[in-house]
Design a protein around this ligand. Structure first.
Ligand code: IPM
Ligand code: MN
Length: 356
């Protein structure tokens, strides 16, 4: 088959890691007889530098026309240290989520047995962790109006707003995932305090009735933050609102030992976006040292979710597992004999071409 992929490398290490994912996509295509048409576009700080806006109209158009979007990372310290900046790279990401209707961010968190010692938690706690974290991505406090400052500048406000349909579609997605897994969904909210959380709980319960085989439980976000550390292995599918999901998915991601390993998919109404969960890691930019596995595994998710190609997706995951077993990894995973970003990309591509 023939697929159109929009490639948005973004900032920092984005271009280097995306290059590795592209190599792997091409190798997988050769192996399984698919062709890809890659089109590159600007997003983030680099887009601000070149065009004045973090999400140029051409980039958005390209994404809409594509079968999938492969996304690197955005962010630049010159903006982080300047809270007064009017245009910020992150606005590009938020606008892209809204415009493409990327309503759910799906982050699988599972451990690689050979990396279990890298986890900050005790081995007994992390063994068997396999969490599907589903975060609502286009609602809540990130987008609610009004947002701003009072005229005298001394008061600021954000609004957390949710409508029933926004909760329904993401909870339904969580139940669909649960049906393919161990049929358990944990809805995380703060229903003891927030009105939006009470709507979440009510709506989730109604969707839960449509999935009679799924057991749904509810947990307050503070308790969930604690239990993720205390008993991570007992979670299966977690679904939660935008801000709680932002925080909890970062927390969950370190359970596996390296942030650089984790992929994500943002499932959309118009197209879907595949990106590693780590940021732009500006200190490593251009040094060919960043871990490309999160991006390569995001490409694996793309084959499965955007193209419906399961075998191809599994081939990529297998090749990544083999590279880890062979200890052919970047410096975050092996300080003594680190491999470069591009060496890891080449190894995985060759494995797919020659060994599978
Ligand atoms: C993420 C990031 C973004 C978010 C930032 C960069 C706006 O942290 O994708 O989790 O908060 O959603
Ligand atoms: Mn985040």
């Amino acid at each position: 088959m023939d697929f159109k992929i929009a490639v948005l490398p973004g900032d920092g290490i984005g271009p280097e890691i995306i290059e590795q994912a592209k190599k792997v996509v091409i190798a997988t295509g050769k192996k399984f007889n698919h062709t890809f048409n890659f089109s590159h576009a600007l997003v983030g700080a680099i887009a601000i530098d070149k065009t004045g806006t973090p999400l140029p109209a051409e980039t958005l158009e390209l994404c809409k026309k594509s079968d999938a979007v492969l996304f690197g990372a955005i962010g630049d310290p010159k903006y982080d240290n300047n809270p007064a900046a009017k245009v910020r790279p992150e606005q590009g990401l938020l606008a892209m989520r809204k415009e493409l209707g990327l309503y759910a961010n799906v982050r699988p968190v599972s451990t690689f047995p050979s990396l279990i010692d890298k986890s900050p938690l005790k081995k007994e706690l992390v063994q068997g962790v396999d969490i599907m974290m589903i975060r609502e991505l286009t609602g809540g406090i990130y987008f609610g109006k009004p947002q701003g400052r009072s005229e005298d500048g001394n008061t600021a406000y954000d609004s957390c707003v949710y409508s029933r349909y926004e909760i329904e579609r993401v909870v339904r997605l969580a139940c669909e995932y649960a049906m393919k897994r161990s049929k358990k969904v944990t809805v995380v909210d703060k229903a003891n305090v927030l009105a939006t959380s009470r709507l979440w709980r009510e709506t989730a319960a109604a969707i839960g009735k449509e999935y009679s085989e799924v057991t749904m439980d509810y947990m307050f976000v503070d308790n969930a933050a604690m239990q993720l550390i205390q008993w991570p292995a007992k979670f299966d599918v977690i679904v939660t609102e935008n801000m709680f999901g932002d925080i909890l998915s970062d927390e969950a991601s370190v359970l596996t030992g390296s942030l650089g390993l984790l992929p994500s998919a943002s499932v959309g109404l118009l197209t879907s976006v595949f990106e590693p969960i780590h940021g732009s890691y500006p200190q490593a930019a251009g040094k060919n040292i960043a871990n490309p596995l999160g991006t390569i595994l995001s490409a694996a998710m793309m084959f499965d979710l955007a193209f419906g190609l399961k075998k191809e997706s599994e081939a990529i995951v297998t090749a990544v597992e083999k590279s880890i077993e062979a200890d052919y990894v970047t410096v975050d995973l092996n300080k003594e004999k680190p491999r470069s970003t591009s060496e890891v990309g080449d190894w995985i591509s060759s494995y797919i071409s020659d060994k599978l």
